[in-house]
Each structure stands twice: as C-alpha cells, then as structure tokens.
Design a protein around this ligand. Structure first.
Ligand code: SF4
Ligand code: SF4
Length: 99
C-alpha cells in the first residue's frame, strides 16, 4: 500500500473567504425532496429549526412560519427530528410540485 499524503501535499480545496457565504449560495437548487409542513399537527417545539443545517426554517415570534426553499436542499433532517407523535413534516418528491 502506498504511503498516504501528508496535509502539506494535498491540493487546496474549497476556500471559505468569510463567514455567512452560505446565505449567498442557493443550495435549494440541489433539492430532489421537499419538506411539507402540516400546521394543524405542529406544536412549535422548533426542533426542526435547531436541526436544519441550512437555516432554511423560518421562525417568527417563536412560531414555525415556513421553509426558505432557496436554501432548503431537501435533506429531510427536519422531518426526522420532528417528534414522532406529531410528524408535522413530510418529505415529498420535488416532481410533485410545479414551481
Ligand atoms: S429538508 Fe433539510 S435543509 Fe430543508 S428545511 Fe429540512 S432540514 Fe433544512
Ligand atoms: S419539529 Fe415538527 S412540531 Fe416541532 S416546530 Fe418543527 S414542524 Fe413543528
């Protein structure tokens, strides 16, 4: 087996020049599944807001208000952490939506 490269030999990869660049990059264009929220079931625990890696859940006045679909990449973490007794988020194939 060949020797692994040290960190000084590995080419430079992605560079993050400053904080907050994720807001400028629309990860929503990757999405193949879309989260759909059921307002009637939601208990506003905000577990989904804590867990979303893309800050794609909009909260106002401590209430779930919706998804920022320009940044939601459809990972499904929000649906996975929503309390099972509630299950207020369902992941739907993007092909079910026209926009
Ligand atoms: S699907 Fe993923 S990126 Fe989209 S809102 Fe849920 S946790 Fe965030
Ligand atoms: S995790 Fe589920 S119940 Fe909690 S705020 Fe999000 S959608 Fe509502």
């Amino acid at each position: 087996m060949s020797k692994l490269k040290g960190w000084k030999e590995i080419p430079i990869g992605g560079i993050i020049p400053r904080g907050g660049t994720a807001y400028e990059y629309e990860t929503g264009s990757w999405r193949s599944f879309r989260p759909v929220h059921d307002k009637e079931k939601c208990i506003n625990c905000l577990e989904c807001w804590f867990a979303c890696p893309d800050a794609a859940i909009i909260v106002e006045d401590d209430q779930f208000k919706g998804f920022d679909l320009t940044h939601c990449k459809g990972c499904g973490i929000c649906a996975a952490v929503c309390p099972p007794k509630v299950s207020a988020i369902a992941m739907k194939p993007e092909s079910e939506f026209e926009e």
